[in-house]
Design a binder for this molecule. Structure first.
Ligand code: ZN
Length: 333
């Protein structure tokens, strides 16, 4: 148990992006895992009657969607974090613990996106395969922002070329866990990576239509760093990388000055971050005589509802690009 809740080791690897979970919650989680893992058997195929699917637990919507695309009908995916859920602040529920224990394999983003949950998942690796898809990205493709305590920015899905590395990591892990499906996983991963290539090419053209001066993306938190690098857009997150700290007054004033100077028509809220953080910027710009709109909410760390196009990675990415293009060109109200 001490191993599961060791705060010293966790603090060492702490990601500034993540709010520190409270100790009692973590201890409950650790205890529940130990208790439940005692009755869980070794890795096995799904116990669902008549099915021979691999039971996969995924943390974020993005990771769950990736596994569905690559695993196809060989996997049954349970995603822990639904629409609007902020992974940085995420606390596992009892139901989540049961889903993890019931799974044949666990996939998560890694790179400290899931905060301390990621470390607990690593512990679960003693009983079943646990894969961080973010570990598939070559380190030299990652950026390490200053306020990140030496950790790389985990928001890698906003560059489809980086997400393709995660697809490879998922396919490789699935092939090991499910050798009979190895060729299917590899083939589906190749097809999916082709779709990622296509969406990247499309996004490059679409975002290229934004005038140089207005290529400034102001959002609630700094999830779009890789997006900005991939598509040559200056990205300003009001809360920095962290969703767990309040934006300071100075940041608001500085961002408002930038909006006026560059005549940026739109700033953006995110589905998983409170709106009020970005409204303060709108007010500060107005005080300077510049009317800036708040665009449609962007999907940053969570996907949309599962019955909408934004419930998939590709749909979410497409929606974000169209929303950003319309907003920064000033063609939305
Ligand atoms: Zn984030």
């Amino acid at each position: 148990m001490v191993m599961l809740v060791s705060h010293d080791s966790m603090n060492h690897a702490k990601h500034s992006c993540a709010r520190v979970s409270n100790r009692s919650r973590l201890q409950f989680f650790g205890a529940a895992l130990l208790a439940l893992s005692g009755i869980a058997g070794p890795v096995s195929r799904s116990a669902v009657a008549g099915e021979d699917r691999l039971n996969v637990a995924a943390t974020t919507g993005q990771v769950g969607d990736l596994l569905r695309n690559i695993g196809g009908d060989r996997v049954s995916v349970t995603t822990l974090m639904g629409p609007g859920v902020d992974p940085h602040l995420y606390k596992a529920s009892e139901q989540d613990v049961i889903a993890l224990i019931d799974s044949d394999a666990i996939f998560y983003q890694g790179l400290h996106l899931e905060g301390k949950l990621g470390e607990v998942l690593e512990q679960l690796g003693q009983r079943r395969p646990v894969t961080a898809v973010g570990d598939g990205i070559p380190p030299d493709r990652l950026t390490t922002p200053e306020d990140f305590e030496g950790n790389p920015d985990p928001h890698v899905w906003f560059d489809p070329r980086l997400w393709a590395f995660c697809a490879d990591a998922a396919a490789t892990a699935l092939a090991t866990i499910d050798p009979d499906g190895a060729s299917s996983h590899a083939e589906r991963a190749e097809r999916y990576k082709q779709q990622l290539d296509e969406v990247h090419a499309w996004a490059t053209t679409a975002l290229g239509a934004i005038p140089d001066q207005q290529r400034v993306l102001v959002t609630a938190h700094d999830a779009f760093g890789y997006f900005g690098l991939a598509y040559d857009i200056e990205v300003v997150g009001l809360q920095g990388i962290s969703t767990s700290t309040e934006a300071g007054i100075r940041d608001v004033q500085r961002i408002a000055d930038l909006l006026v100077e560059r005549q940026v028509p739109t700033i953006f809220v995110e589905t998983s971050v409170p709106r009020r953080t970005i409204e303060a910027v709108q007010v500060a710009a107005r005080d300077r005589g510049w009317e800036v709109s708040i665009g449609e909410p962007l999907y940053s760390d969570a996907l949309g509802d599962s019955d909408t196009p934004e419930g998939t990675y590709l749909g979410m990415f497409h929606y974000n690009v169209e929303t950003i293009v319309a907003g920064l060109k000033g063609t939305t109200a």
